[in-house]
Design a binder for this molecule. Structure first.
Ligand code: ADP
Length: 414
């Protein structure tokens, strides 16, 4: 490898039983190594590590995150990146919920870890896992600066009218209830890429972005600032997703509590794991959904139709909110790879100046590209997201601002 380890950033996305990671150059975006630890705490865990065109696998019990990261660091060493010895410039951690406290990439200190942990009441599925990942990495790479990059950060600046839920204001204030929004790292990165692609000043560009992966969200961005987004206090609100249903009448939950006797845990499982595409069709992966539709499965067809219907509802809302739209962009797994979703989401909108060119939409290209016809009033784009690169750049920037020190700086609520 030609790159020096101490110029690279390790990006870690730690889930409750998994760790996704990438070692990359924050300048060029070149990935030196990447991988995935899965089924931590279960009988058969696994690590899949890729570096220099090689793929190494490990199978066996992985009791906890620290054990998983130890295995990963051994694999790094085996593939020419001895992180503990050579050091890395920084570790960037994806953290799901920053609450009201964190809205910028933040150098991690003991106080920051404690505050992220306290925010677990707002994100019980995510923040504890993020904290475990952070603590394990700090123990294994002492002295390396670590930076938390929050999924909610970009949406901190949502207008009051967009982020306020119309419930008793005292209850909302007491419990931190407001729209926080998620996938912010992706929406912000893609918004920047779109402005660059269109060669427009970001602060004069209005855009609608659909981030359609396993989780899915849309955003309206006005002149580089967030105007609205579909996810809310939690990632449950908004679009239909792989296993989450997005918007619901809250009365459904009261009905289920009273009539079916469901408690908070049962409702949590229903809303987070057994709803959305999976709840309607039995599968959560979009490729499988498309195979079922092709085979004539009616529940899969309905799931797809509900998915598209919801996308179009928010498209309409955001067109009106923004008034003038300079780009509509699709990103993430489904957004980047499903021409059918893109075409169906925007079908019949010629009167609004919105059209998709069938040949461009189905072309086997990668990278940022137009899918609207040449000269269209509203450019429609596909732009690949790259949350790891955005996190690596943010981490690198924070380290530069703090002169490369690790634990000596108070974060002061940044
Ligand atoms: P995550 O939210 O986990 O980061 P991704 O952005 O990777 O997820 O998106 C995963 C989704 O993208 C899955 O539903 C997968 O089926 C879908 N996807 C990936 N490739 C394709 C494809 N070629 N056509 C349709 N859907 C795809």
């Amino acid at each position: 490898m030609s790159e020096r380890a101490d110029e690279l950033v390790l990006v870690i996305n730690s889930g409750s039983s998994s760790i996704k990671y990438q070692l990359l150059d924050p300048e060029s975006g070149v990935v030196a190594a990447s991988g995935l630890v899965e089924r931590i705490g279960e009988e058969r865990g696994s690590v899949e590590h890729r570096a220099d065109g090689r793929r190494i696998e490990h199978e066996g019990p992985i009791p906890d995150h620290k054990a998983g990261l130890r295995l990963v660091f051994d694999m790094f060493a085996d593939t020419g990146h001895d992180l503990a010895a050579a050091g890395v410039r920084a570790v960037g951690h994806r953290v799901v919920h920053g609450g009201e406290i964190f809205y910028e990439p933040t150098l991690i200190t003991d106080d920051v870890v404690a505050a992220i942990s306290e925010l677990s009441t707002l994100a019980p599925l995510h923040n504890p896992a993020n904290v475990t990942g952070i603590e394990s990495t700090r123990e294994l790479l002492p002295g390396v600066p670590q930076v938390a990059v929050f999924d909610t950060a970009f949406f901190h600046g949502l207008p009051e009218a967009a982020k306020t839920y119309a419930i008793d204001a005292k209850v909302a204030a007491a419990h931190g209830i407001r729209k926080y929004g998620f996938h912010g790292t992706s929406h912000e990165y893609v918004a920047g890429q779109v402005a660059e692609f269109l060669d427009r000043a970001p602060d004069r560009t209005n855009q609608i972005i659909f981030h359609l992966g396993n989780g899915a969200s849309a955003s309206a961005v006005r002149g580089g600032d967030p105007a609205d987004t579909t996810m809310g206090l939690t990632p449950l609100e908004g679009l239909v997703m792989g296993t989450r249903g997005g918007d619901l009448d809250p009365g459904i939950l009261l009905h289920l509590m009273r009539s079916a006797g469901l408690d908070a845990d049962a409702i949590d499982r229903l809303l987070n794991r057994n709803s959305g595409i999976k709840g309607l069709s039995g599968v959560n992966d979009f490729r499988e959904l498309q195979r079922l539709i092709d085979a004539g499965d009616e529940s899969a067809r309905l799931a797809y139709d509900v998915y598209i219907h919801r996308l179009r509802r928010y498209l309409g809302a955001y067109l009106v909110e923004l008034g003038r739209v300079d780009a509509i962009t699709f990103t993430a797994g489904v957004g980047e790879n499903s021409p059918a979703v893109r075409a169906d989401a925007l079908a019949g909108l010629e009167n609004f100046g919105i059209t998709v060119d069938p040949a461009r939409n189905t072309a086997k290209e990668r990278g940022a590209r137009y899918i609207s016809p040449a000269g269209a009033k509203v450019p429609v784009l596909v732009v690949p997201t790259n949350e790891e690169l955005a996190i690596a750049r943010a981490a690198s920037r924070v380290v530069a601002e703090h002169g490369g020190r690790s634990n000596s700086v108070e974060s002061g609520g940044r």
